[in-house]
Ligand binder design. Sequence first.
Ligand SMILES: C[S@@+](CC[C@H](N)C(=O)[O-])C[C@H]1O[C@@H](n2cnc3c(N)ncnc32)[C@H](O)[C@@H]1O
Length: 254
Amino acid sequence: MRRLAIAALCVACRPTTAPLDPQPTHDSAPRTVSQPDSGAPPVDETPQPVAVRINRDYAEGDTKRWAKNFEHDGREVFDKRLDIVDALDLREGSSIADVGAGTGLFTLLFAEKAGKQGRVVAVDVQQYFLDHVAERAKALGLANITVQLADQRGTGLAPASIDLAFLCDAYHHLELPRTYLADLRRVIKPGGRLVIIDYDRTRPGTGAWMKDHIRADPAELRREIEAAGFTLIGEPKGLRENFFYVFRAPRAPA
Ligand SMILES: C[S@@+](CC[C@H](N)C(=O)[O-])C[C@H]1O[C@@H](n2cnc3c(N)ncnc32)[C@H](O)[C@@H]1O
């Protein structure tokens, strides 16, 4: 039954072959963990005006509207969601953070891969998205999903607790990217992975709205992430509109 429901999420996907890592929690219901003092080194940074502006759209907590926006045929990352998950080579028992989880499109898919011994944390700055993901997880009986309220300075996750942090269509929403990257470096285990999928605004035909919405080219975003200590280790192919970067966190703890 649960498998059928998860499969329904994947209807429009064309699976290909393809394929990360947790502190098992076996709570029967998803929960929100309060934001601990991150312990991340403070970063002096001015908020990115574009991100501040576009995040205002989420003030409206209409999950039905956002589900239509995020989970529809024709949105590349929706159409290719299974390929994306496969390309991550996730291992059972992995601890995965879906950062900027939105309606939980990827959270739910990751939960199947992480298995009973793994855990998936949906991280977002909007409580209504987390409540929505928690409801979906409960309805599907996915007890390995928890939710975590973040803020613009960090995820609120425990240090060295995550094997893979995944941001799809979310990096450009970070208002304090350097500060947030320092936090991601702290929460990803040494040698763990950081995955960024985001719109490639250098793509021919990109309109003015999108050029404004995404504040920088992929190469510039890559430099920003590398400057935070991450190393690019892969660029899975198969997406046309989006870039897909896989980074390795340093082996030494942050
Ligand atoms: C375009 S949605 C992407 C949702 C989902 N990843 C997907 O691809 O369907 C961007 C999400 O990032 C969230 N967000 C914005 N700033 C954030 C931050 N600093 N930390 C975590 N989530 C954030 C927003 O609330 C929103 O849910």
